[in-house]
Structure formats: structure tokens, C-alpha cells
Design a protein around this ligand. Structure first.
Ligand code: HEC
Ligand code: HEC
Ligand code: HEC
Length: 349
């Protein structure tokens, strides 16, 4: 009988001499046991395929960047080579930061092609700073890198210091807004401070300007408005669009609640034309997104409009429109119903 004599993965058939010609023979003669072969193919499949693409980018990093930035991106901060790990992704959160990462001499002046530099920067961001990447992170494309590389930086240190200053402004532990509006811009009822996360940038800009110019927070009894106005007075022309943009990009999930439909009729008849079917707001009408606001804040603002604490000046037309609507809402029951309808509308994606 010709029973194969199995020793580990190598099979031997007595009486069938191996002529060593082709790979098929290896299979036919069962020089390698089929189960072992399958395992080998599997292991090769798992390790070799993705490794190819990664290896190339790792090699690009090692040969071109690691000398200064070190293997894990920790750099030599004491010698002026910044720490990339746990930080690099922050640059993508501030205006000008995305361009900077390509235009900085280490990137722009490297020998790498545009395509390889794009792949390398995307890899570095994921590898060293995944936790800091903004929610809407889009990887660099070759064309973007090619375009940015054409413009070398003039004052690298000055620009970098400015970007770092902006990053610190929106760092939850140092952001002045976060102390009242929360680390994620989620709002804080105890301080009457609303959610800002996800609100439109143009609306936030206009409201900050209104506070600063005394179109909101002008009434001595309006404690909430007064506290926000005091803060707005410390902001300069550059700060206002900067914070507005930042908070508009933050994403927060809305808690799912069953729709409180009794206010639907009133909402559709009185509010929808300006705030939209999902209460998402319209840029062109300067109306805010109400869908993301909590009930207590909607009630707070409707009462501010009604008592003339907001929307009381001919230089604030959107406020005047909204004030005239607020003063025409019928009974307190209707007010509660319309607010409950808005806060239980599904999230606007
Ligand atoms: C000769 C040392 C050196 C090498 C090599 C080098 N860098 Fe840098 N890199 C720096 C320094 C120093 C900075 C700080 C900004 C400046 O002064 O240029 C920096 C900053 C950066 C930044 C911006 C991050 C920040 O915090 O400022 C990126 C992105 C970057 N380098 C990418 C690369 C890439 C990609 C390579 C390889 C292709 C590379 N660097 C090679 C020294 C180097
Ligand atoms: C001292 C607490 C406090 C701080 C700090 C603070 N706010 Fe406010 N903010 C409030 C309160 C309270 C309101 C609600 C005012 C009202 O009822 O009219 C408010 C309202 C706002 C509004 C109006 C939102 C809307 O839906 O109409 C914006 C925009 C805003 N804050 C932005 C900011 C920004 C940006 C910062 C940081 C630069 C900041 N706030 C810092 C307390 C604060
Ligand atoms: C004619 C258009 C129009 C209609 C109708 C309208 N709104 Fe408004 N609403 C606006 C505009 C514009 C603003 C921004 C006003 C400002 O800048 O003070 C606003 C602001 C608000 C705010 C303040 C939100 C914030 O973040 O501070 C609330 C709350 C609000 N509307 C609720 C409602 C409700 C509830 C209805 C229906 C009963 C309604 N609106 C109907 C145009 C409208």
C-alpha cells in the first residue's frame, strides 16, 4: 500500500519518486499537505497584500522624515522639531492649517512626488494623530498637494505660531466658550447657554456681532444675554468668524424621542415657511436651525422676543421679523406644543 507518510507539512509517498519539475507536481505528489498550503496562502493573503502599500509609505517616512520627526512622530521639541503625535490633526481644524501641512518646508521641499507626499501626509495624520482629526476629515488628494506645493511659505515660524494660537483657542481645555457652552458645544442649561455645535456659521457670526453691537443682551434684566454680551465685547473682527466656523463644524447626535405631533399643525402653519419642514433653517432667510436646540432655550428666546429683549431695533430686521411672529403665538399650551414638536423632530443629517 502507498499510504502517504506525513511528517509535519512535508508529505512523502514511498514508491513515487519526485522529479522536481512543476508546482502542480508539488500539489499532486502532496509534497506539501493541502491544509498547510491553504494556511500558507491565507497567511500570505492577510500579511502581504496590505503590507505592500503600507511598506512603501513607511519607507518614504523613514527615509525622508524620520531623521527629524523620529519613528513615532515625537520629534525634538527642544531643538525646534515639533511633536506630531497627538497634535498634527489639530492643524486641520483651523483656517490655513490644511495648507500649512503641505507647504511647510519638510513636506513641500521633499524629493517625493505629489502623489507620494499626499499618501504620506494622510498616513502621518492617521498614524500619529487620529484622535485629533476633525469629524469631516478629507484625505489630501494629489491635485491638492500639487497646487499647494507651488506656493512656498515666507515666514514659517510666524505662521506656525499663529496657527498654534488658533488651535489653543478651540482646545476644549483652554477655549473660553467651552466654560459656558460645554467642551463639545453641547450647551449648559444651568448657565442658560445654548448648544452651538452644528448651527450655521453665518447665523452664529451674526448673533455674535449682534451681542457685540448691543442688539442682544441690552436689557438689564436679561442675565443670560448680558453675560454673553460681556464675552462678545472681548472678541475681535477675526475671532467672530473663527469661532462661528469652529462651532458650526462640530457634530453631536440628537437624542431620539417619539414625535410629539400635536404641535405639527401650528408649526407647519406658522414656522415652517421660514425654518423649513425639518426646522433646519435657511441661510438665505437668515433663520437658524431650531432642530438642534433644546426646549428650554427655544422657550427662553421666544420669551425674550415677546418681552422685547431681542428683535427690538430697526437695524436688526431678522430679529424684528421673529419678534412679530413670537408675539402672535396664541396660548401657552400652543407654545409648549410647538416647542415639543420641534425638539422631537428627527435629526437633520
Ligand atoms: C531637517 C529636519 C526635518 C525633516 C527631514 C523633515 N521635517 Fe517636517 N518639520 C521640521 C521642523 C523644524 C518643523 C517645524 C516647522 C518648521 O520650522 O519648518 C516641521 C514641521 C512639519 C510639519 C508641520 C507640523 C508642525 O507641527 O509644524 C509637517 C506636516 C512636516 N514637518 C512634515 C514633514 C514630512 C512629510 C517630512 C518628510 C517628507 C518632513 N517633515 C521632514 C523638520 C523636519
Ligand atoms: C459666561 C458664559 C458664556 C461664555 C463664556 C460664552 N457664552 Fe455664548 N452664550 C451664553 C449665554 C447665557 C447665551 C444665551 C444668551 C441669550 O439667552 O440671549 C449665549 C448665547 C450665545 C450665542 C447665541 C446662540 C443662538 O442660538 O442664538 C452664540 C452664537 C454664542 N453664545 C457664542 C459664544 C462663543 C463663540 C463664545 C466664546 C468666544 C461664547 N459664546 C462664550 C453664555 C456664554
Ligand atoms: C418670517 C420668518 C420666520 C418665521 C415665520 C418664524 N421664524 Fe423664527 N426666526 C426667524 C429668523 C430670521 C430668526 C433669527 C432672528 C434673529 O436674528 O434674532 C429666527 C429665530 C428664531 C429663534 C431663535 C433661535 C436661536 O438660536 O436663538 C427661535 C427659537 C425661533 N425663531 C422659533 C420660531 C418658531 C417657534 C416659529 C413659529 C411659531 C418661528 N420661529 C417662525 C424667522 C422666522
Amino acid at each position: 500500500m502507498n499510504t502517504p507518510n506525513q511528517v509535519g507539512c512535508i508529505s512523502q509517498r514511498r514508491n513515487t519518486p519526485y522529479d522536481g519539475s512543476t508546482f502542480k507536481d508539488v500539489l499532486r505528489l502532496r509534497l506539501i499537505h493541502p491544509a498547510c498550503l491553504a494556511a500558507l496562502v491565507f497567511i500570505l493573503g492577510v500579511y502581504c497584500q496590505p503590507a505592500k502599500a503600507t511598506e512603501k509609505v513607511v519607507a518614504d517616512y523613514m527615509l525622508n522624515c524620520q531623521g527629524c520627526h523620529l519613528d513615532d512622530g515625537r520629534g525634538y521639541p527642544q531643538r525646534g522639531v515639533p511633536k506630531l503625535n497627538g497634535y498634527l490633526g489639530n492643524f486641520l481644524k483651523v483656517p490655513g492649517g490644511r495648507e500649512f501641512l503641505v507647504q511647510v518646508p519638510g513636506s513641500a521641499q521633499s524629493e517625493l512626488s505629489d502623489q507620494r507626499l499626499a499618501t504620506l501626509l494622510n498616513w502621518m495624520l492617521q498614524q500619529f494623530s487620529r484622535a485629533q482629526l476633525p469629524a469631516d476629515f478629507k484625505p489630501y488628494s494629489t491635485t491638492e498637494v500639487a497646487r499647494l506645493r507651488l506656493h512656498p511659505l515666507v515666514n514659517v515660524a510666524g505662521l506656525r505660531a499663529d496657527l498654534v494660537r488658533k488651535i489653543e483657542k478651540i482646545n476644549p481645555s483652554t477655549d473660553i466658550c467651552a466654560s459656558c457652552h460645554g467642551a463639545k458645544g453641547e450647551g449648559n442649561q444651568a448657565l442658560s447657554a445654548p448648544r452651538l455645535a452644528g448651527q450655521s456659521a453665518s447665523y452664529l457670526t451674526r448673533q455674535l456681532t449682534n451681542f457685540k453691537n448691543g442688539l442682544r443682551g441690552y436689557q438689564p434684566e436679561d442675565k443670560a444675554g448680558i453675560s454673553m454680551r460681556a464675552l462678545a465685547l472681548t472678541l475681535n473682527e477675526e475671532d467672530i468668524p473663527f469661532y462661528a466656523r469652529h462651532y458650526s463644524t462640530l457634530k453631536l447626535a440628537k437624542e431620539n424621542k417619539p414625535l410629539a405631533a400635536s404641535g405639527k399643525h401650528l408649526y407647519n402653519g406658522t414656522c415652517m415657511q421660514c425654518h423649513g419642514p425639518n426646522a433646519q433653517g435657511y441661510e438665505q432667510l437668515q433663520s437658524p436651525n431650531l432642530n438642534l436646540l433644546p426646549d428650554w432655550y427655544i422657550a427662553q428666546q421666544l420669551s425674550h422676543y415677546q418681552s422685547g429683549w431681542r428683535g427690538n431695533s430697526s437695524s436688526d430686521l431678522p430679529g424684528l421679523w421673529m419678534r412679530s411672529i413670537a408675539t402672535h403665538i396664541g396660548s401657552p399650551e400652543e407654545l409648549t406644543q410647538v416647542i415639543q414638536y420641534i425638539v422631537t423632530l428627527p435629526e437633520q443629517k
